[in-house]
Design a protein around this ligand. Structure first.
Ligand code: SAH
Length: 252
């Protein structure tokens, strides 16, 4: 049996209880070494076989899984954040299904939520926006034109931009071309939830310079939108004294 587990954003306490228990009983762990905090591997038994997938191809990963599965071992494939976001899990799932190897996916805290927590922000504010876009800029993975940052920016929703801080100037250019005003608030958080977490706040016209001055070129999340500096938002209906819902009567 294979468990595809979300490791969370970095702080080892931010893995789920289920993920933690699975690591404690794992026979084989294949972890995404570029981003998963190696501290998590200390949860494993001393005899757990550990592989770093950053140094392996998909074929090699599958070979390790296939062999271990044949010997009825507990296998963990440990991905950073939540496996569903830029986790390249679909290609692994296809290979597992081809081989009739059973698997389960355990979700994790995505780095976009660890970033929102570091910023002490709510990404969905009534009267500002009720939508969060998870996206990236084109890199080696191409982006369809309809999903370009410029096109997505038109909705003025909160945007969590992964994998793109290395091209911060181009990100800013695209967002402004799409209709975000140059004074729109934006934050860049590097290594959210790690001990060396770094938070930069600014506006679209100041952030690129700050990012370059701090030499941040990887492992960072860009969050942009008016939710970061809400001048005028509406309080929720859910906790309003004038609002009745299934669990509470209005008191005003
Ligand atoms: N599945 C992961 C994302 C993997 S893609 C998740 O759900 O978080 C890798 C990108 O995630 C990085 O380029 C960066 O943009 C972001 N990232 C991962 N860990 C991060 C962290 N601790 N702080 C900020 N951004 C992070």
């Amino acid at each position: 049996m294979v468990h595809i587990v979300g490791a969370g954003p970095g702080n080892p306490d931010l893995i789920t209880v289920k993920g933690q228990k699975l690591l404690q009983s794992a026979d084989v762990v294949i972890y995404a070494g570029s981003l998963v905090n190696p501290e998590l591997l200390k949860l494993c038994r001393p005899d757990t076989e550990i592989y770093n997938s950053a140094e392996m191809t998909l074929d090699e990963v599958i070979q390790v899984i296939e062999k271990a599965n044949f010997s009825k071992k507990n296998i963990i494939r440990l991905h950073t954040g939540d496996p569903a976001i830029y986790g390249a899990i679909k290609e692994q799932i296809d290979e597992l299904q081809k081989r009739k190897i059973e698997f389960e996916i355990i979700p994790g805290v995505s780095s976009c939520f660890a970033t929102a927590a570091a910023l002490r922000s709510e990404l969905t504010l009534p009267g500002i926006t009720q939508t969060v876009i998870i996206t990236r800029r084109e890199g080696r993975t191409p982006m369809p034109e309809r999903e370009s940052l410029k096109n997505l920016a038109r909705s003025q929703s909160t945007m969590c931009i992964f994998l793109s801080v290395g091209a911060i100037s181009e990100v800013v250019e695209d967002l402004i071309a799409g209709g975000f005003a140059p004074n729109t608030p934006v934050a860049v958080v590097q290594k959210a939830s790690w001990p060396d977490e770094k938070i930069l706040r600014g506006t679209l016209d100041t952030i690129a310079e700050k990012v370059q001055a701090e030499k941040i070129d990887k492992t960072a999340m860009i969050i942009v939108g008016h939710c970061l500096n809400p001048e005028e938002y509406e309080k929720s209906k859910l906790y309003s004294p004038e609002f009745t819902h299934a669990f509470r009567q209005a008191t005003k």
